[in-house]
Design a protein around this ligand. Structure first.
Ligand code: PLP
Length: 287
């Protein structure tokens, strides 16, 4: 069955979907995107993703193409039309179409398209066994809090990681880990503190990060929102990462160095399970 995608107000077969070569998303990376996980046909943390979408667009002064409610309707239609049980929905909104020129008119109409990708989210080898991450220089621009499609530095970082047989790259600037190429980075210290970088222009404010910090608070775990070095990460008792599509994924090796005993740790496991139970709407008993 050909996938149905949404382009500019219409649902069409993927082989019929087109975007202009003059779209500024294509020419300048002048566009914003969001990815929401779908599990059991339900959108996970979607309110957080739509709020971040609105904020990212606002930072670039691109108008929202539809109301949040109308975007949810598009997402819901995509899930139904493609019978999506598990996977992700990708949304992209560019500033719009105009003859190639760095400057842009204020009244240009944004281009909006969206599609589904079916894939396992809840039961993957990465979630069960953990993953290895590589350390790569952070070569991104200075506004990483905006979720733009300008992702070449991340593409290159992920490629470098894959060449080292790693599933993710942790990006490093001035000796400190900023975040993963497409995820938020965390360590757990010997005294059981969860450390993750505070939100700022240096990182994307992860939606899963926000939800997981709330879960950690409810579990009575200490979350220290501060920077950590590569050395601190190597010496951590646990490490993990979060994102919409990878949930809470254990990190068992950093740049060839085993973390803790080289297996997913207990704090990571507790967060992994509690977050998923909450996201799916069947709360685990929180002590
Ligand atoms: N940091 C970066 C650079 C990302 O690209 C992503 C997700 O794509 C994240 C963090 C995690 O964000 P979220 O939890 O909202 O998926």
């Amino acid at each position: 069955m050909a996938r149905e995608v949404y382009v500019e107000g219409r649902f069409v077969s993927e082989d019929q979907a087109t975007v202009s070569v003059f779209d500024r998303g294509l020419l300048f990376g002048d566009s914003i995107y969001e990815v929401t996980a779908v599990i059991d046909g339900r959108l996970i943390d979607n309110d957080l993703h739509l709020a971040r979408l609105e904020r990212s667009l606002g930072e670039l002064e691109i108008p929202m193409p539809l109301s949040p409610e109308a975007i949810v309707e598009v997402q819901t239609q995509l899930i139904a039309r493609n019978r999506l049980r598990e996977g992700v929905i990708y949304l992209q909104i560019s500033r719009g179409i105009a003859d190639r020129n760095f400057g842009y008119a204020q009244d240009i109409k944004p281009t909006f398209f969206a599609f589904t990708q079916a894939r396992d989210i809840r039961d993957t080898a990465a979630l069960r066994e953990g993953i290895r991450v590589a350390i790569v220089d952070d070569q991104r621009w200075a506004r990483r809090d905006i979720k733009t499609t300008m992702l070449l530095a991340q593409v290159q970082a992920k490629h470098a990681a894959a060449q080292r047989d790693c599933k993710e790259a942790w990006l490093v600037e001035d000796g400190f880990v900023t975040e993963g190429a497409s995820s938020t980075a965390y360590i757990v210290t010997a005294d059981n503190r969860i450390v993750t970088r505070a939100n700022s222009r240096a990182i994307l404010p992860g939606c899963t990060r926000r939800a997981v910090i709330k879960v950690a608070d409810q579990l009575g775990l200490t979350v220290d929102q501060s920077r950590f070095t590569v050395e601190e990460a190597r010496n951590a008792s646990e490490a993990f990462l979060t994102s919409a599509s990878s949930l809470v994924t254990p990190v068992i090796e950093i740049a060839g160095h085993a973390i803790g005993d080289g297996k997913p740790g207990p704090v990571t496991r507790l967060l992994q399970k509690t977050y998923l139970d909450l996201a799916l709407g069947s709360p685990a008993p929180v002590q």
